[in-house]
Design a protein around this ligand. Structure first.
Ligand code: SF4
Length: 321
């Protein structure tokens, strides 16, 4: 007799728990549970034999009228001294529920009187900063993918001698990105090795006091454009993803982009280099400092002072990052 009484109170508690949850979901606007908890399925658990109300409670996601007509398990049934539904009743209704702390934090416009924030608006206001994709390959694998005789863009048909891949430390904190190889680079197969390259080496080693081998140096396009012309948009669009994959592998703290076309290509902007330089930009969470191309400095040495200002900012950031 005592065992029957205990099972009866457990069953009563189970029924009221299920009913509370269903009613709560209904209040949240759930129209369907996506599962069928019918009298038959309840029977399979052996519950139906004792109380058909289980099936009724599960179906109460239907209109509230049906729910109201559902008889509640009697209070104190089987010695169960908690009134069924009391936990739900103790909760504030949705209309009067206080704004949650999370929403308070991201909803400064809340008047603090408990008005519930519109969750869609709130979530829209929470910005998740994009970051570099996790590397799933190595620099060697990227180079193997490019191949020594890449023909993906028309620069392969314009008299290039070889594909000029990036060089340097694969774990570098500092990366330099140019536009495309020139004649010297095309011959030697390494970026920034001509006169402009020597000036870049001086900036790195004499200015920043970092050995050239400790930085990573690459170009947006890996094949020399004829007559050192600027790579055309379709040529840059095809080759740039290789550089972006390398950035995801190296994960530098700062990327220095050299010249207007490299800076505009990486940052996807048309803002002139004179306005881009002098402050940091962002590429997927990585600091980007545009500055003048060394070849431009050879033509106008007065611009070296501005490049040095940019490099001092880079150096300062590297020391604190
Ligand atoms: S520039 Fe890049 S995409 Fe075009 S042929 Fe050379 S390696 Fe291939």
């Amino acid at each position: 007799m005592g065992t029957e009484l205990t099972k009866g109170s457990e069953l009563s508690e189970l029924i009221s728990d299920v009913r509370e949850k269903v009613l709560y979901m209904q209040e949240l606007g759930v129209a369907s549970l996506g599962v069928e908890l019918t009298a038959r399925s309840a029977l399979a658990t052996g519950v139906e034999a004792r109380s058909p109300r289980v099936a009724i409670a599960a179906e109460s996601v239907a209109p509230r009228d049906a729910e109201r007509s559902t008889p509640l398990p009697p209070a104190n049934a089987g010695g169960f001294d908690k009134k069924p539904g009391s936990r739900l009743a103790s909760l504030p209704s949705l209309s009067s529920r206080k704004t949650m702390p999370f929403f308070d934090k991201y909803n400064p416009g809340d008047d603090g009187r408990g008005a519930r924030a519109d969750e869609t608006t709130v979530l829209r206001s929470v910005k998740i900063a994009p970051t570099l994709p996790e590397p799933t390959e190595t620099i060697e694998q990227i180079r193997a993918d490019i191949g020594p005789d890449c023909t993906r863009c028309k620069l392969s048909e314009c008299g290039r001698k070889q594909v000029v891949n990036s060089v340097g430390n694969f774990n570098a904190d500092l990366m330099f990105v140019g536009e495309a190889p020139g004649a010297d680079e095309d011959i030697q197969g390494e970026p920034f090795v001509g006169r402009a390259g020597q000036l870049l080496t001086d900036i790195i080693e004499k200015g920043l006091q970092i050995p050239r081998k400790d930085v990573f140096i690459g170009n947006i396009n890996r094949c020399r454009p004829p007559g050192n012309r600027t790579p055309e948009p379709d040529e840059a669009a095809v080759c740039k993803p290789f550089l972006l994959r390398e950035i995801a592998v190296v994960r530098p703290k700062v990327i220095v982009v050299l010249g207007a076309h490299a800076a505009q290509g990486l940052l996807e902007t048309k803002v002139p280099i004179s306005k881009l330089r002098g402050h940091f930009h962002d590429y997927l969470g990585t600091k980007v400092m545009p500055t003048f191309h060394p070849a431009y400095l050879l033509r106008d040495p007065h611009k070296k002072r501005e490049v040095w200002e940019d490099m001092k900012m880079v150096l300062s950031y590297l020391k604190t990052a």
